[in-house]
Structure formats: structure tokens, C-alpha cells
Design a protein around this ligand. Structure first.
Ligand code: GLN
Length: 541
């Protein structure tokens, strides 16, 4: 039987509901249950693909090509279960579906309303595409009290009734702030938040309280009394030093015990050795390397969530701490010098969009090439490295990308045609922007004898993409003349997917996003190898 755990949030946003959901998923998994995590996002966009990274943070791409919320990245990193399109829905998608049905006449003359039509569509989504999992942990985005969230709360309230206590559970995550002036932790915001939930008919079964100090026993009893709960159902979630310590911390506070008790499940305590090993390694590394990430959205680090995690994973694999210098590429432009790159052990240019800052990235790629500093170019970072090489080493001075406007030497050009299985996708400059990039997992064939072949330990890989432009294979000669090896190609041989420099200790560019598949227990081989190269470089300094 599949049981549903609904996670809501109260008091403030940014409490880490996604992490809490992921950690609970990991705990249930460690008890031997199969889990799947999904997220309901109340905003009106159809997906976050068209939102600015400053608004939304990273867009997490699934194998099946959905552009989703970054919390799905946490779900995948914590449970190892590959996320799918059917794990994230937004109000934009729900309404599109309801309106399409109305236009088709499916509602047989009824007045279409939020209850029941929108709530039915939400419930349908929550229960769709299941594969007999023991648990579905379903996170509701936003904060209780948001107008956009109301249909979702109503839908999960109805689901709670339909599934019964044995099939559903409500977990509410709140904040118990410490007021320095009063010298006390305050429970009132949590009381209000639970009241708000109760007013829409939801009685939480567990309240998880984020706090920076230990919640005294009497405060927990008070919370239990006011929130209509047993004291053991008030779980404290003290701040921890690394996100990978969250599952053990929650277990220590009895969260998974309470969940099992609710469902009447009697299992052994979870085996958390893997988590303990990961946190031990993060807490006591043997050395440190510094990576300079030259990007554009460096003022909002949520934009690079998976990237930051993948670097940490590469550090775990090499038993070192990875310190990241987040550098805005514009500082290198004009007369800007590259001093900020002089002390780093590796340079990484991540994915990005648009012309602003691109010349600074090209300059950073040149610095890495000329100074033999390990260089990792991801998507946009690969494109910029290719432009740099062809401009400065093959004499194609006007080399550029059509992403920045008309271009006489389009080394990087709009992708107008590519194959997905046995179907051909076509695009032109007038195509809509939403959901039309080359998205999701595609196979890539790696040349035997190349550096990446050794790193992956094989010649056939599948990685996730999210881009509209692509390195132009018509310039193969110029690229090779500039010393680049095209070591990974799409199976039909038309799309360069990986480049490397045989004359450099570690200079690799990939058109896909390897950071999306890296996990703390299973670091991505490219990140493991890049950090290893950075460690070697640090020994030379
Ligand atoms: N802007 C580039 C493109 O669309 C790169 C995208 C990316 O880095 N994800 O191809």
C-alpha cells in the first residue's frame, strides 16, 4: 500500500522544507521502504524554466526533460531515486489542464470551479504515475496563508479524508525563533501557523520546529498543548553544520519513529552509516582546495545549488574541503585583470545565458588554458572555452555565439534540429521560449583513449541537457587546429558534447549538466576527477 506524507511550511519561507522532505525520504529508505518525493508549486508559471535565476534559483532538469524546482535536486541527492516530470506540478500546469478540459467539453456543462475541478486536478496529479512505492512524500511549496496555496491545502485535506489516517499523514515545518531581547525561544508563530492550517481543516500529525537553540521541554509541552498534539509529535530541528547531517539529526529527534508509529509500522532502526560517513568526511577533511566559479548569478547562490553540492561531493571523494570563490565574470571585463584567479586551484565556468559577462568568462577560460589551471566548463562554460580557443589559437577573430546576436563566425549557433529517439525536434528563431530547449537525458559517445573515457571508465554515457545553442561542428577543423579534441559526440556525430585539451593537465568542457546527477554517496566522476586535479595543482603552488 502507498502511504502519503504531506509536508507544509509555516511562519516564513526558506525554512528548508525541501531538505526536510528529502531527509525524511532518506530516513524511510534507510528503514527499508521505497519512497518517491514530489512537489506541488503554487505559482502560476507552467514551470520555472522561464524564470530568472534570481527569482527562482536553479532550474533542476529531470531525465525525462522537465524543468523543475530545485528541491527535486535535494530529493534525488538524498534518496538516489531519479526524479521525473510527474514529480513537480505548478498552478500553471493544473489550470492549463483544467481549461483544456473545459474547452473540450469534458465538464459536460458544469460551471468550472476551484472546488472541485481544480482540487480534483491536483489530487489526480498527486496520485498519478505511482509504481507501488511504500511512501510518497509530497511537499507543498510556499507558506501556509499564501493565497496561491489554498487550493493545494484543500486538495490535500480532501486526500487526507479519502486515504484515511492509515494512508496519509500531515507534517508541518515551522520556525521557533530565539528573541535575543527576551532571551527566549518563541512558540507563538508556530501556534498561529498551526491554527491557520486547522482553519482549512488540516490537523498536523507532527510539527517539526526549526530552531537555532534547543527547545526546552516545557516549551515543547506548550506547543503540543496549543497545537493539539502529543509532546513526542513536536520534533525539534536544530540547525546543523552540513545539510547531510539532517537525516541523522531528525532520526535523533524521533521524526521517523513518529512517522512509523502513525502508520503502525514496526521496523528496525534505520541504518545511517552511509550518512555518518559522509558527514564525518565533510567535518574532518584532509586538506582544502579553492575553486573559482566564474558566473553571472553569483549574488544568489541558489542559482548554482546542484553545482555547489557536486563540488562538495567531489571533495568527499578526495577527502578534501572544497572552498568556492564565487566570482562575477564582469569583473574580468574591459581592462579588468584576472588577479582573482591567481590563487585558485581550479576554474569552473557553469551554465549561463545571455551576452552579459560572456567576455569575462572567455578571459577566465584563457587564463586557465595559459596557466595550466584545471578548467571545467559546463554548458555555457564549454561554449566560451571553444570560442576562446578558436579566436586566440586558430585565428578566427570574430568567433562568437548567435545567442549574442548576428555573428559572422558562429562557432556556437542556435540548435535548429536534433533527434530524440527516432523523432526529429525542430526550432527556429521564432520558437516560444518555454520548454523548447534541448532538455533532459541524451546519450553521448566518448572516444576511446580520451581523458574523459578514462574518467567515466567507459564510452557510452547519458547526461542531462538544458541549452538552446550548441558548438557548431562545421568548425571542427578550426577547433582541432586550436588544440581541442572533440572527445564526446551525440551518437549521430553531429553535436559536440565534450571537448578536452590534450596539452593541458585538466581542461574539459561538457555541453550537459553533470552536476544534476551527482550524489554524496556517488559523486559524479567528472567532479571527482576535477577536484583531484585541483588537489594536484595545489601541491604545485
Ligand atoms: N545559453 C547557452 C545555451 O542556451 C547555455 C545554456 C546553459 O549553460 N545551460 O545554449
Amino acid at each position: 500500500m502507498t502511504r502519503f506524507i504531506f509536508i507544509t511550511g509555516g511562519v516564513t519561507s526558506s525554512l528548508g522544507k525541501g531538505l526536510a522532505s528529502a531527509a525524511l525520504g532518506a530516513l524511510l529508505q534507510a528503514r527499508g521502504f521505497s519512497v518517491r518525493l514530489r512537489k506541488l508549486d503554487p505559482y502560476l508559471n507552467v514551470d520555472p524554466g522561464t524564470m530568472s535565476p534570481y527569482q527562482h534559483g536553479e532550474v533542476y532538469v529531470t531525465d525525462d526533460g522537465a524543468e523543475t524546482d530545485l528541491d527535486l535536486g535535494h530529493y534525488e541527492r538524498f534518496t538516489g531515486v531519479p526524479t521525473r516530470r510527474s514529480d513537480n506540478v505548478t498552478t500553471g500546469q493544473i489550470y492549463s489542464k483544467v481549461i483544456a478540459r473545459e474547452r473540450r467539453g469534458d465538464y459536460l456543462g458544469a460551471t468550472v470551479q476551484v472546488i472541485p475541478h481544480v482540487t480534483d486536478a491536483i489530487k489526480e496529479f498527486v496520485r498519478s504515475d505511482l509504481n507501488g512505492e511504500d511512501f510518497i512524500v509530497c511537499e507543498i511549496g510556499g507558506t501556509v496563508g499564501d493565497i496561491e496555496g489554498l487550493p493545494y491545502l484543500e486538495a490535500i485535506r480532501q486526500l487526507g479524508n479519502e486515504l484515511g489516517r492509515e494512508g496519509s499523514m500531515f507534517v508541518h515545518l515551522t520556525l521557533v525563533p530565539y528573541l535575543a531581547s527576551a532571551g527566549e525561544l518563541k512558540t507563538k508563530p508556530t501556534q498561529h501557523s498551526v491554527k491557520e492550517l486547522q482553519s482549512v481543516g488540516i490537523q498536523p500529525d507532527v510539527v517539526v520546529c526549526r530552531c537555532e537553540r534547543e527547545i526546552p521541554l516545557e516549551a515543547r509541552h506548550k506547543l503540543a498543548l496549543f497545537c493539539n498534539l502529543r509532546p513526542r509529535a513536536v520534533v525539534q530541528a536544530l540547525d546543523v553544520d552540513t545539510i547531510y547531517a539532517v537525516p541523522s539529526a531528525y532520526h535523533g529527534e524521533g521524526l521517523d519513529d513518529e512517522v512509523c508509529r502513525h502508520f503502525g509500522l514496526d521496523t528496525d532502526a534505520p541504518d545511517l552509516t552511509a550518512w555518518d560517513n559522509v558527514t564525518a568526511c565533510i567535518r574532518k577533511p584532509d586538506g582544502e582546495v579553492t575553486i573559482g566559479v566564474v558566473g553571472k548569478y553569483t549574488s544568489l547562490l541558489d542559482s548554482y545549488k546542484s553545482l555547489a553540492e557536486a563540488m562538495t561531493h567531489g571533495g568527499i571523494a578526495n577527502n578534501v574541503r572544497v572552498k568556492v570563490n564565487w566570482l562575477d565574470s564582469e569583473i574580468f571585463e574591459g581592462d579588468g585583470t584576472v588577479h582573482a584567479l591567481e590563487d585558485v586551484n581550479g576554474i569552473l565556468i557553469p551554465g549561463g545565458f545571455g551576452e552579459r559577462g560572456s567576455e569575462g568568462k572567455i578571459k577566465a577560460a584563457r587564463f586557465a588554458r595559459e596557466h595550466q589551471v584545471p578548467y571545467f566548463g559546463i554548458c555555457f562554460g564549454m561554449q566560451m572555452a571553444v570560442i576562446e580557443a578558436v579566436r586566440n589559437l586558430a585565428g578566427v577573430e570574430k568567433a562568437g555565439s548567435t545567442e549574442f546576436g548576428p555573428c559572422t563566425e558562429p562557432i556556437v549557433g542556435l540548435l535548429t534540429e536534433w533527434t530524440v529517439g527516432n523523432r526529429v525536434e525542430r526550432r527556429d528563431t521564432d520558437s516560444e521560449l518555454g520548454g523548447t530547449m534541448r532538455l533532459g537525458a541524451y546519450p553521448c559517445v566518448i572516444e576511446a583513449g580520451s581523458q574523459v573515457h578514462g574518467i567515466y571508465g567507459g564510452g557510452e554515457i547519458s547526461e542531462r541537457h538544458r541549452h538552446r545553442y550548441e558548438v557548431n561542428i562545421n568548425y571542427r577543423e578550426a577547433m582541432e587546429a586550436s588544440g581541442l579534441r572533440l572527445s564526446g559526440m551525440s551518437p549521430d556525430g553531429t553535436l559536440p558534447e565534450i571537448i578536452e585539451r590534450p596539452d593541458h593537465p585538466w581542461f574539459i568542457g561538457v555541453q550537459y549538466h553533470p552536476e544534476l546527477k551527482s550524489k554524496p554517496f556517488d559523486p559524479h566522476p567528472l567532479f571527482t576527477s576535477f577536484i583531484e586535479a585541483a588537489v594536484a595543482q595545489s601541491r604545485l603552488m
